[in-house]
Design a binder for this molecule. Structure first.
Ligand code: ZN
Length: 466
């Protein structure tokens, strides 16, 4: 079966293809840098990371653009309250976002683009919309007249029967089910940061920035546009209205949306006290690889219930995978090859591929991994797993980890490199042999402090990171 995705636009699972048969032109809505991103946002970004990796595994080249929204209502309000210049305020959170992304091992898109660096292009697009009769001016701001675009609502599939023509909204975000003409260029109010342009001093609305930056770098028609489900309406609907009014071409062929993240079964909100950023969880002592593993463990189109029990369980599952890898790397095995076990590894990988091809069903793919690991561990215990099975099993894990990227332990600050650990382990073995137990204990304690666990096995001293 071919690679296929659920397309929000058609509400169907569709076979995937690109326009040129090779490169995926992909746009994803990036963070609004007015605060640290929360784990709900990070779920969406982690889904996009897996999407990138799976598309590449399937032989596609990637041209992925992500925007940084660095001008917007909340940003301006917060920056002005703190008496800061816009860039001074946003750069802190932009840097923080990139640090969080690195901690979660999210690949960088081919291009990260800032809204404030594309104001002339946005003004140009607004003028094109004006020339096409899609805009009107009111109290110094420019609005998009959605009644002029009959296909409005095709993505969100909302009923706009009760829509009031001419009712307009000039905030960047508004409530669901409330279709109104939205602002393209906002007239400057007292003291706000602003850009000069044909409509007077002001700034762009949030929606126009994504249309403009997507088409500037990816062309008039994208292959994939992705984002969180809450962006479907109005943001993505408005992106379509703007872009297609300018080009008269389909804006994006596939629309992929990640579902919400719940915390302990409830909607995450500051008032419920269950609102978490990555930093909050790291401060509580959770490891970013465990968090990544939890965020990728459910299918992206199901609501993810983020719980601390779930994190603990995920940490145990990860430990099981790493222990299996360690056994594969260090166990002494009998000679020969067990063909049935090699076939088992291949079948497990086929099941993994089939699940991922099926709209990125990560839960199904992980199921295939854990079943295989259980069987292989049983075979190792029984002595049926032999030398000829080692390479296939290691390759299986390497392929898995090129997508999920969780097996590598987190580098700790002030931690030891693998070579440094090995040198200490060797020294400890030598100290024990020489009956220098003082030194041997000293090394064990030092390693424990650095999060390294020693295991005495039949095959000698083995170590792993906690
Ligand atoms: Zn966007």
């Amino acid at each position: 079966m071919a690679l296929r995705f659920f397309n929000t636009l058609s509400q169907q699972v569709e076979d995937f293809s690109t326009q040129d048969g090779k490169t995926v032109r992909m746009y994803t809505c990036g963070p609004t840098v007015y605060h640290y991103v929360h784990i709900g946002n990070l779920r969406t970004f982690t889904f996009q990371d897996l999407l990138r990796r799976w598309l590449r595994y399937r032989g596609y080249a990637l041209n992925h653009v992500m925007n940084i929204t660095d001008v917007e209502d909340k940003i301006i309000r917060s920056a002005m309250q703190q008496g800061k210049e816009l860039r001074e305020y946003t750069s802190v959170y932009e840097t923080a976002f990139l640090e969080d992304a690195d901690k979660l091992r999210l690949e960088r898109p081919e291009r990260l683009v800032r809204a404030t660096e594309h104001i002339p292009e946005m003004l140009d697009a607004i003028q094109k919309l004006e020339a096409g009769g899609y805009t009107y001016l009111s109290e110094g701001s420019v609005y998009y007249r959605i009644a002029q675009f009959p296909k409005y609502g095709k993505l969100a599939r909302l009923d706009f029967g009760g829509m009031k023509s001419g009712a307009r909204v000039d905030v960047d975000e508004y409530d669901k089910d409330d279709a109104r003409d939205f602002v393209l260029w906002k007239q400057r109010k007292d003291g706000e940061p602003a850009w000069e342009g044909p409509y007077g001093a002001g700034r762009p609305g949030w929606h126009i920035e994504c249309s403009v930056m997507a088409m500037k770098y990816l062309g008039e028609t994208l292959d994939i546009h992705a984002g969180g489900i809450d962006l479907t309406f109005p943001h993505h609907e408005n992106e379509i209205a703007q872009s297609e009014a300018i080009t008269h071409k389909q804006f994006s062929r596939y629309w992929l949306h990640a579902e919400h993240l719940m915390v302990e079964g409830q909607k995450m909100s500051k008032s419920l006290g269950n609102f978490y950023t990555l930093r909050d969880l790291l401060e509580q002592g959770w490891q970013p690889d465990t968090i990544r593993f939890l965020l990728t463990s459910s299918h992206y189109r199901t609501k993810l219930n983020f719980t601390f029990d779930g994190l603990r369980a995920q940490s145990t599952s990860l430990e099981r995978l790493r222990n299996f890898k360690l056994r594969l790397e260090t166990d002494k095995l009998a000679a020969g090859a067990n063909e049935a076990l090699n076939a088992r590894a291949e079948a497990a990988w086929s099941a993994f591929e089939a699940a991922m091809d099926d709209d990125l069903n990560t839960a199904g793919a992980l199921g295939a991994v854990f079943e295989y690991v259980r069987d292989a561990n049983t075979a190792l215990d029984a002595g049926e797993f032999v030398e000829g099975n080692r390479a296939g099993a290691l390759e299986f894990l390497a392929k898995f980890d090129s997508i999920f990227d969780v097996l590598r332990p987190v580098e700790r600050e002030g931690g030891l490199s693998d070579a440094e650990i090995q040198a200490l382990v060797d020294e400890r073995v030598a100290a024990k042999k020489a009956k220098n137990f003082g030194r041997s204990d000293e090394i064990r304690n030092l390693l424990a402090e650095k999060g390294v666990i020693l295991e005495d096995t039949r095959e000698g001293m083995r170590w792993k990171r906690k």
